[in-house]
Every structure is written in structure tokens, then in C-alpha cells.
Design a protein around this ligand. Sequence first.
Ligand SMILES: [Zn+2]
Ligand SMILES: [Zn+2]
Length: 153
Amino acid sequence: MVRVNFVPLSKIDTSTGECAKLDCDTGSYTLHRHHRKHQAIWLGIWAGRRNGEKKFSLFVTRYHEFNPKDWTRLCASHHAEIHLIYDGIIRRDQWFTRRSLSQYSWVQAEKLMMKLEAVCVDWLKKKTPGSSTEALTKLRSKRKAASSKWRKT
Ligand SMILES: [Zn+2]
Ligand SMILES: [Zn+2]
């Protein structure tokens, strides 16, 4: 049975800086390093399944490097907002592919990652209010429950 791990939000950024979002005024001062392609989902989903693959091990290494090319600094509130947007995009993508994420090919995963990054880059240029982190936690636990139910059938 495939277990989907919902990897927690990126580690808190201990360096100085500010939220990259246009005119951020959420008042949230906790900064996160956000991987724009949301690589973390594949780390959890493919662990075990792709562990022997060179491509996957390079992918995992690159993720943990927190390469400045891969991430954007966001406040906790905007970080929650972009992940809520991502959740909708991922759901739509799965609707089109008719696959669970664990069944995605590299090509499908890479396409989805490109899509997420493009949406993020676009979103960064707009002023939005941010979301509560509780809304994201709630949605994730709901998805987790739904996906384990689905997997049993
Ligand atoms: Zn993130
Ligand atoms: Zn912000």
C-alpha cells in the first residue's frame, strides 16, 4: 500500500529578509523558504517507490540543498495562501490524468511542477491578503483522510 506523506511546510527561514510578495502587509513575520515547484510532495509520495533511481536521489539532494534558484521567501500567511492555490491545481491535474500522484510519471510530475512554478511567479506580482495557516492544515488533513479512503478501494 502506498502511503502519502504530507510533508510539512518548508523549514522556517532563519536568515533576514522579507516576504517576496508584492506589497505584503499581512503582519505575519515568520518567514518560510517556499520551493516554487512544490518538490516536497514528490519526496513524500515517491519515497520507497523510487528510492533506487538516480534521478530521484538527485532530486531529493537538490531539494535539501535549498538552492536559492529554487525557493522564494514568503511570510507564513502568504505561504499558506500559495499552498491552498497549489492544492486546487494539483486536484485539477489529477482529474485530467486520472491518476493518484504516486502513479505519476516523471514527465507528468515535471509538467505539474512547471505549472505550479508559473502560477507562483504570476501570483507574486499581485497583491493578495494571504490566508490563515489553519485553513491549510484543515484542508490537508481532509485530503489525507480522503486519499487513504480512496486507496483502500
Ligand atoms: Zn511552500
Ligand atoms: Zn507576505
